[in-house]
Design a protein around this ligand. Structure first.
Ligand code: PRP
Ligand code: MN
Ligand code: MG
Length: 180
């Protein structure tokens, strides 16, 4: 997989440091309440695991699977709910964990859904924020890195469902896209 990468944007070390910093921020935020932390599948799996092991505070975890890119380069514009959470979020403080916020559509869909179900509060922690991609308004409360306007893969982020298990985040060589 390394051969397909043009350049590394965030190394394993960069990511580990971001997880430590954000974990501490979550400890402070939730020191006197127990949030339901919801990982957004599939992209958030590694970030969820590393982030939360750096947050020494009480929490519950659940997962929701939504998809809008269908593995490709561009958002379809339509968010599909694939697998729902089983936690009742009514009256609960929710923290959404994302790998990346790009157009903002996924986040807006999820925040609207959770508030409609009666969540008391919905906060967002994302490893990557790409503000230049924004189509709908979507703000994150905890951000690892602000990324340039490039298609990134690794550490959960895919191209055609591959490269998620790359242990760092990078940009693919242009020929990878043109060959497919
Ligand atoms: C990607 C990414 C975010 C979302 C961000 O997920 O993991 O969840 O898109 O894009 P947006 O801000 O433009 O909505 P995707 O739909 O590709 O599913 P995946 O996590 O399973 O790869
Ligand atoms: Mn995703
Ligand atoms: Mg994807």
């Amino acid at each position: 997989m390394d051969n397909d990468i043009l350049k590394t944007l965030y190394s394993r070390q960069d990511i580990a440091e971001a997880c430590q910093r954000l974990g501490k921020e979550l400890e402070t935020e939730y020191q006197d309440r127990v949030p339901v932390v919801i990982g957004v599948l599939r992209g958030s799996i590694f970030f969820m695991a590393d982030l939360l092991r750096n947050a020494d505070t009480y929490m519950e975890m659940d997962f929701i699977d939504v998809s809008s890119y269908h593995g490709g380069l561009a958002s379809s514009g339509e968010v599909q709910l694939v697998t729902d959470i089983t936690t009742d979020v009514a009256g609960r403080d929710v923290l959404l964990v994302e790998d990346i916020v790009d157009t903002g559509r996924t986040l807006k869909y999820l925040i609207d859904l959770l508030l409609k179900r009666g969540a008391n509060e919905v906060k967002v922690c994302t490893l990557l924020d790409k503000p230049t991609g924004r189509v709908v308004e979507a703000k994150s409360d905890f951000v690892g890195f602000v990324v340039p306007n490039e298609f990134v893969v690794g550490y959960g982020l895919d191209y055609k469902e591959q490269y998620r298990n790359l242990p760092y985040i990078g940009v693919l060589k242009p020929e990878i896209y043109s060959n497919n």
